[in-house]
Ligand binder design. Structure first.
Ligand code: COA
Length: 259
């Protein structure tokens, strides 16, 4: 059985981590399939927006696989962390938007997978946390870097040092979650609606806006503004920019060609 599944319909890819008997925990096999599928998504122009979710109702992903990690030597642990970081980085660097759809537990590597997406939707039963220090280890797939950038250093420290879980409404208050839903089906429906809204816009423009935010976030404001201005220039080299601006002036809907 595939451990990661991708279904594509009308431009929207639904990527499901599919190891429900172990609450979708990430081992080498899952990560390797995830890597292949992310590469495929990035190459496939049919996929324009990706939803990331976990199989079943109970968990998005309950972390990296603890049984697998127990056997790692220090050198293997570095490689495991680097591998996870590289895969999640491909999602962050992808020109396509990724929406995390968190059902149930998003712990450790699961929280990190959600943080690698562009924004996070969640069901009321979602639970977020970094249990690593309670296991005597630390987050290794970007958690210590991405969580402070999202919620601020002090809130991130409290969550990581205590290893406590927070529920969906607290995660929403902290700005981790953008929208809450009662059920998984409602969440997927809501995320597909959001994807459709995104897909009405110029694909190249959305990709460049993502690039400007993601890359600009690690720059000083001054360098970020220069970077944004350069990408603003790049977008003006596209037919879509001419089409979008003309369509407004001609009072008609734009017909983007993604070129
Ligand atoms: N790695 C490996 N296996 C995991 C796992 C993980 N991160 N999370 C859950 N599982 C496995 C359990 O071992 C169990 O397997 P088994 O049926 O063969 O015994 C199965 O998934 C179901 O989990 P279980 O613990 O029985 O469910 P629960 O409802 O009692 O508890 C959690 C749910 C999420 C609270 C609990 O599974 C948990 O604490 N998981 C580990 C979370 C964690 O520390 N993640 C970060 C790792 S760095």
């Amino acid at each position: 059985m595939n451990k990661v599944i991708l279904e594509v319909k009308d431009g929207v890819g639904i990527l499901t981590i599919n190891r429900p008997d172990k609450l979708n925990a990430l081992n080498n096999e899952v990560l390797s399939e995830l890597n292949t599928i992310i590469n495929d998504i990035n190459e496939n122009s049919e996929v324009r927006v990706v939803l990331v979710t976990g199989s079943g109702e109970k968990a998005f992903v309950a972390g990296a696989d603890i049984a697998f990690m127990k056997e790692l030597t220090p050198r293997e642990a570095v490689n495991f962390a680097r591998m996870g970081q590289e895969i999640l980085n491909k999602m962050e660097q992808s020109e396509k938007p990724f929406i995390a759809c968190v059902n149930g537990y998003a712990l450790g590597g699961g929280f990190e997978l959600a943080l690698a997406c562009d924004f996070i939707y969640a069901t009321e039963n979602a639970k977020f946390g970094f249990p690593e220090v309670s296991l005597g280890i630390i987050p290794g797939f970007g958690g210590t870097q991405n969580l402070p950038r999202l919620v601020g250093k002090n809130v991130a420290k409290e969550l990581i040092f205590t290893a406590k879980m927070i529920d969906a409404s607290e995660a929403k208050e902290l700005g981790v979650v953008s929208r809450l839903f009662n059920t998984k089906d409602e969440m997927i429906e809501g995320a597909v609606d959001t994807a459709k809204q995104i897909m009405k816009n110029g694909t190249i423009a959305v990709g460049l806006a993502k690039k400007s935010i993601v890359d600009g976030f690690n720059l000083t404001k001054e360098d970020g503004l220069k970077y944004e201005a350069n990408l603003f220039g790049v977008v003006f080299s596209t037919d879509d920019a001419k089409e979008g601006l003309s369509a407004f002036l001609e009072k008609r809907k734009p017909q983007y060609k993604n070129s």
